[in-house]
Design a protein around this ligand. Structure first.
Ligand code: 9MG
Length: 287
């Protein structure tokens, strides 16, 4: 099926990621509340086992994050973030040879993670922190640029856009791509993400997904994350542990609208949902 998107082979350090079909990125949060409190060694082992399970279920990428970006979350220092993330990145690369993405906005964490063998940078602030553009350019790694206004601490306080949300998101991402190119990042290393749940009401999120074709016009691979998010909770009135069916429906719709990487918690069911969606979309493509 031609969906107007490029079908690149993304160069992620030692790994190559084929984006001619949609792939799953498994979420591995390494904030202190994410794993057992049996000490550093046990927590590292828990993280490794969890990543191993996600890879076995079909994840192509493991996204490691040491800063909570939930609405209202408090900031962490680069040192704290590095202490959480670096041992996990190192172990995932060494023991599992995994394609590791690092969910960070900190130039220090980008540099150190790249040196440890990470294959991708996922920045919810789209390289707007001081020094982040230079650190990402120097790493040579692909970067996911996400749309967000404000900071996680205040982003959900009355989000408002003067133009339709899909236009605001497209304009923002276009400006960030221009900043990246000016800093020496290569266009074939960039991915874009509308940032579902970041400075957006439920209505913004629904509209953005419905009109995601607008972002395909930017001609870069699209990554989306909606897994377990409050937009599902609000529409279906479900607590976080009952949001999987809603999340799978959103994943299928996102693939139909051009997403090539889905960032999810529940890897196995998501892989099935997107592969099934993709099979339908491919129907008739060879004939
Ligand atoms: C870290 N993180 C949390 N939600 C996310 C999303 O929707 N996209 C990306 N790229 N990262 C996210």
């Amino acid at each position: 099926m031609s969906d107007g998107q490029p079908a690149p082979l993304l160069h992620c350090g030692r790994h190559r990621l084929d984006l001619s079909y949609p792939r799953v990125m498994g979420i591995l949060n390494v904030t202190p509340d994410s794993f057992s409190d049996g000490g550093r060694h046990v927590a590292l082992d828990d993280a490794l086992r969890r990543a191993e399970q996600m890879l076995a279920e079909g994840a192509a990428i493991i996204d490691v994050g040491g800063e909570s970006t939930r609405p209202g979350a408090a900031p962490v220092s680069p040192r704290q973030e590095l202490d959480r993330v670096a041992p996990v990145v190192e172990a995932l690369v060494r023991e599992l040879d995994a394609l590791v993405s690092v969910d960070t906005s900190s130039p220090e964490v980008m540099r150190e993670s790249a040196a440890l063998g990470a294959g991708m940078i996922n920045d919810v602030r789209a390289l707007r922190r001081d020094g982040a553009l230079q650190a990402a350019a120097h790493s040579g790694l692909p970067v996911c640029l996400m749309h967000m206004l404000g900071e996680p601490g205040d982003m959900q306080v009355a989000p408002h856009y003067e133009v339709p949300v899909e236009e605001a998101v497209a304009d923002f991402l276009e400006a960030r791509v221009a900043a990246c190119l000016a800093a020496g990042l290569r266009p074939e290393r960039l991915l874009l993400d509308p940032g579902f749940g970041f400075a957006k009401t439920v209505e913004h999120n629904l509209r953005l997904l419905h009109r995601m074709e607008r972002l395909q016009a930017l001609k870069l691979p699209l990554l989306v994350g909606m897994s377990r998010k409050s937009m599902i909770g609000k529409v279906l009135e479900r607590p976080v542990e009952e949001r999987l069916p809603g999340g799978l429906a959103l994943a299928a719709l996102a693939v139909e609208r051009g997403a090539r990487i889905l960032r999810v918690h529940d890897v196995g069911p998501s892989v099935d949902a997107i592969n099934m969606t993709w099979a339908v979309l491919q129907e008739g493509c060879d004939s």
